[in-house]
Design a protein around this ligand. Structure first.
Ligand SMILES: Nc1nc2c(ncn2[C@@H]2O[C@H](COP(=O)(O)OP(=O)(O)OP(=O)(O)O)[C@@H](O)[C@H]2O)c(=O)[nH]1
Ligand SMILES: [Mg+2]
Length: 357
């Protein structure tokens, strides 16, 4: 197999690694060392300069290194097509391309993914983090936060201090959900009747006119997604077609998509137009997900003691920021204190739960 170890895209130098029983034969087929010495005669870890012969008869000067008996690193020009040409010669020789994550896994002593040490799994997530908070927390885990915790737990258990074990473990309950959402954004779906101001709210939150806003009910037909970061947490907002009984085929299709989207949301915001009365929203009938009911157009409707939900104006921005904090508090209880714990795999959550039983 082979993989590209350096990231996709242009760079000064790219590194590919080829490993396996046929690695030597494949590299020998394409690489001519300047010294004319046979590849097999080079000691391990030696840098070898030479020419890589491409399929089309052209060649590129590059360096390779035999890092292990059956492993070669190829350091070539980092241009996209230069890398593609080397990769093509490997693929044509029947070497299978793998992602760097698969490569990393294969490099750990354990072959089964389940046996990969926890810290290593955390380390492998680092390139996928997109916020400073996510990077910080992943780094703590890659540096052994959980291994230290396990050590501590075993010591306490041996001493019979079970209550102390519980207090160490309890902050990690449901924590793998949080870890997952530091990498994968939370999904917050904005739903409501046509003209409630859903698209206006999305635009307010992402800070630019992502969605078309219009007084005509039924403006949004398809799902519109926009990602942003709130206090370090990635969130994907989804604006949907207003839910009503429609007879326009495109609008009906949009409504169906909106309903499907509700099912996979982490949180649904049911936006209600306060100028259209205070009737009880029907949203609970449509989804089992967590729902936050919000009244919009507060600038047009007087306060009414019968309305116990938050009031905002997607036009003037009133209440928008505090609603965003409330959204995050629902998803990450205690987010502002920042002393919550996260985990980066379900299995570890289960291990900790068992240690505490
Ligand atoms: N005064 C006032 N007008 C608002 C407010 N929010 C939205 N509007 C107006 O209400 C109309 C509908 O807004 P949209 O954001 O398009 O509503 P929507 O829920 O996305 O509508 P559909 O896509 O048709 O389902 C537009 O004319 C907006 O300018 C608000 O808080 N106050
Ligand atoms: Mg809309």
């Amino acid at each position: 197999m082979f993989t590209q170890l350096t990231p996709e895209g242009r760079s000064a130098i790219a590194t590919l690694v080829v490993a396996g029983r046929q690695a030597m034969a494949v590299v020998e087929q394409h690489f001519r060392p300047l010294s004319k010495m046979a590849l097999a005669d080079y000691p391990l870890q030696r840098i070898i300069f030479g020419k890589w012969l491409h399929q089309n008869g052209t060649f590129e000067e590059l360096v390779i290194a035999r890092t292990d008996v059956a492993t070669f690193e190829i350091h070539c020009h980092g241009g996209v097509s230069a890398v593609a040409a080397v990769a093509e010669s490997l693929e044509d020789a029947g070497v299978i391309r793998r992602s760097w994550q698969q490569w990393e896994l294969s490099q750990t002593e354990a072959t089964a993914a389940a046996e990969v040490p926890y810290w290593k799994r955390a380390e492998m997530l680092l390139p996928q983090t997109t916020t400073a908070l996510a990077t910080k927390l992943v780094m703590q885990h890659a540096n052994g936060e959980i291994e230290k915790l396990l050590f501590e737990i075993h010591k306490l258990k041996a001493a019979g201090k079970y209550t102390e074990v519980s207090s160490l473990v309890s902050p990690y309950r449901h924590a793998s959900q949080l870890g997952r959402h530091l990498i994968e954004p939370w999904k917050v779906v904005i739903a409501g009747k046509p003209n409630a101001g859903k698209s206006s709210l999305l635009n307010q939150w992402v800070g630019y006119d992502r969605a078309i806003v219009n007084q005509q009910a039924g403006t949004t037909r398809d799902l519109l997604r926009a990602q942003t970061v709130v206090h370090g947490w990635p969130i994907e907002f989804v604006d949907t077609a207003g839910l009503r009984q429609g007879d326009d085929a495109i609008e009906v299709a949009g409504i169906e998509r909106a309903q499907e989207e509700l099912l996979s949301a982490d949180l649904v915001i049911w936006l209600h137009d306060l100028t259209t009365g205070l009737e009880i929203p029907e949203i609970q009938l449509l989804t089992k997900q967590a729902v936050l009911v919000v009244g919009n157009k507060s600038d047009l409707a007087r306060e009414n003691s019968l309305w116990s939900h938050p009031r905002i104006s997607a036009e003037t921005g009133e209440g928008i920021n505090s609603l965003l904090d409330q959204v995050l508090e629902t998803l990450v209880p205690g987010f502002a204190q920042q002393d919550y714990k996260v985990l980066f795999c379900d299995q570890m959550e289960e291990t900790l739960r068992q240690l505490d039983s």
